[in-house]
Structures are given as C-alpha cells and as structure tokens.
Write a protein that binds this ligand. Structure first.
Ligand SMILES: NC(=O)c1ccc[n+]([C@@H]2O[C@H](COP(=O)([O-])OP(=O)(O)OC[C@H]3O[C@@H](n4cnc5c(N)ncnc54)[C@H](OP(=O)(O)O)[C@@H]3O)[C@@H](O)[C@H]2O)c1
Length: 313
C-alpha cells in the first residue's frame, strides 16, 4: 500500500529516494534534510500511520517490512537511490540471521528495480579481527550483502553516534546520570571515535550526489579518539556531575549487560549486543572520507555540548 499524501502524482524529473528506517533515530533525522532537496521522498515503514505525522504531505509512505520480500517490490519501483538505515537488533534474539535475510531481501529488490545506488550506515571495527563482536560482524556483513547485489553501494562505518535519542549515546547518558560510582569493566578503556549525528547526516546526504562509480566503504568519525570511559567523563564534566570510575577487569560482557539492564532504558538484548561490541576498538583507520567529502566533523566536546543543548531546549 502506498500512501502518497495529498500529492498523488509523482513530479517528473526528480529522483525518487527511498528511505528505509525512516522511523529510526538516524533515518528520522534524515527526513527533513531530504525533504529540502529536489527529490521525491518515499519512506518504507512497517507502520505508516506512525510515520505520517513526521513527513510532509508530498512524501510517499509505503508499507513494507524488509523481512517480507513481496512488500519491497512496490517500494522500490522507480527508485533512484535507496537508504538502508534499518536495524533489526532491538526486536530479535537471532539478529544476525534476520539482519542477513533482511539485507538480502532489500538488495535483491533493489537489483530487480534497477536502483542506481544504495546508501548504508554500519559500524566501525576491524573486519579481520577474529574477536569482532557478532553485532559489529553483522553490521559489516550487511554492507557486504548489499555490495554483492551488484548495485553500487556506499557504506559508511561509524562508532557511537552522539545525539539525544541515539541508543548508544543514551546508554552513556543513563549510566552517568544515574551512577555516582561506577564499577567499570575493561571495555571502558577501548579506543573509540564517536561522531556527532549532524555529521553522520551530512555524509549520508552527500553520498547520494557522489559521481557514479564503484561501491565504496567510508570510515567516519570525529577528529578525536577517546574511550567509553572518556565519553562518560566528558559528559559528566559538562553536566557538572562528579563521577568515580573504578576499574573491575573481571566484569564480563554478560555481567555488564545485566548491570546495564538495571540502570539504563535500553532493552536487555540490545544492551548485551552493544556491550559485546564495546570490547572492539572502533576507530577510523582509513581517512578517505576526508578526501572525498568536504565535511569536517566536529570534536567530541562540541558534539556532546550540542546533544545536551537539544535535551535542554
Ligand atoms: N545510533 C548509533 O549510535 C549508530 C552508530 C553507528 C551505526 N549506526 C547504524 O545506523 C543504522 C540506523 O541506526 P539507528 O540507531 O537509527 O537505528 P534505530 O533507531 O534502531 O532504527 C531502526 C530502524 O529500522 C527499522 N526496522 C526494524 N526492523 C524492520 C523491518 N523488519 N522492516 C523495516 N524496517 C525495520 C525500524 O522501524 P520500526 O519503527 O518499524 O521499528 C527503524 O526505523 C544502523 O545500521 C546502525 O547500525 C547507528
């Protein structure tokens, strides 16, 4: 079912851009940026009624589920570029299998519809690291499946996205807001290179206008490398909170996820998958994005400042 809003005729000579994941954190913030461009925005949604108030009248909404291949046929019709900002992790125990199947369905539908380009946001991390968490491995695998379809795919790899509403940033916030003393597992010293949500959005938007070419992977991050402990300390400093981080190396990912489930709003399963990924360094090793795009990501301090300003608005 397509809900085209008031404008049921497709404007000619503007590309149709499909946004999968429009109700999510990153996708939801991309909507208004796409709506300001000369294009026709089409959103894929499992629940179109929920999305309708969030988009302009002219935007089309197609009911669809990436686990249901038939529902993707109409969504892909006439599409020039499709954004894949879907994450099945939150609802699923066997997320790796489902994320794989979902990516295959999406890639296959895009190929059949002769979509020109796919744009995907996944996670940083070293693919050759045998200890890469199932969560990060799965994020990389999704990018690979999209590329293997033969449709040109632009994959961005990011670490924690700094912005209010971002699950990983909210985890840092909840922990710091609630616990004056933290017994910290080893993963708090893992190097990471978070990025402000506005910078992620700028990359995603610019990717649709890259000249045609080969599929590419771009690693993106702020100019600062920090640790999860560093994020907590900086967030606490800006909020004027005094926090003590006490290192307890024996805290396993499983135990820390139980602990997180007690103090954070994130669902237990999501917390566990995220925590498993925190043991892996997520830093930018390939800086090509800085050569190809004119985007200059802001530092972590400023990104946290902006996120806090959003909360206080
Ligand atoms: N947030 C971060 O810190 C961060 C960091 C690095 C990379 N990323 C990447 O950015 C991408 C988007 O992340 P996010 O934080 O925006 O995720 P999110 O807020 O959890 O949103 C996930 C989106 O996927 C949709 N979805 C889930 N299952 C679906 C299905 N079966 N069919 C169709 N849509 C489905 C959800 O729609 P419903 O409303 O229907 O559930 C929602 O719109 C992910 O690939 C993630 O790995 C995020």
């Amino acid at each position: 079912m397509m809900s085209p809003g008031a404008n049921s005729r497709e404007p000619e000579n503007v590309p149709v851009i499909l946004l999968a994941g429009a109700s999510g954190y990153v996708g939801g913030r991309l909507i208004s940026l796409l709506e300001n461009q000369p294009l026709l925005l089409r959103c894929l949604a499992r629940n179109p009624d929920k999305l309708r108030p969030l988009v302009q009248e002219a935007a089309q909404i197609v009911r669809g589920d990436v686990l249901d291949p038939a529902s993707l046929i109409e969504a892909m019709r006439g599409v020039d570029t499709a954004y894949y900002l879907v994450h099945l992790m939150s609802g699923s125990k066997d997320f790796e299998k489902e994320d794989r199947q979902a990516a295959r369905n999406f890639a296959e539908a895009a190929k059949r519809a002769r979509v020109r380009r796919l744009i995907y946001l996944g996670g940083l991390g070293d693919s050759s690291d045998m200890r890469l968490s199932p969560h990060l491995r799965s994020r990389h695998e999704v990018g690979q499946i999209l590329r293997e379809s033969g449709v040109e795919t632009i994959e961005f790899r990011a670490s924690l996205v700094i912005g209010t509403g971002s699950l990983s940033f909210d985890l840092v916030k909840s922990l710091t807001d609630r616990l004056p003393v933290m017994l910290c597992p080893r993963w708090l010293t893992t190097p990471t290179q978070p990025i402000a949500v506005d910078d992620v959005l700028a990359y995603l938007l610019a990717a649709k206008d890259l000249p045609p070419g080969e599929s590419r992977i771009f690693e993106i991050g702020s100019p600062d490398v920090t640790t999860y402990g560093g994020m907590i300390r900086e967030y606490a400093r800006q909020k004027g909170l005094r926090r003590w981080l006490i290192s307890v190396p024996v805290l396993t990912p499983y135990l820390s996820s139980l602990w997180l489930a007690l103090v954070t709003p994130a669902a237990f399963e999501v917390g566990r998958h995220l925590i498993e990924g925190l043991k892996n360094p997520t830093v930018v090793r390939d800086r090509t994005a800085l050569e190809v795009f004119s985007i200059r990501p802001i530092g972590i301090q400023e990104a946290i400042q902006k996120a806090l300003a959003c909360v206080n608005e």
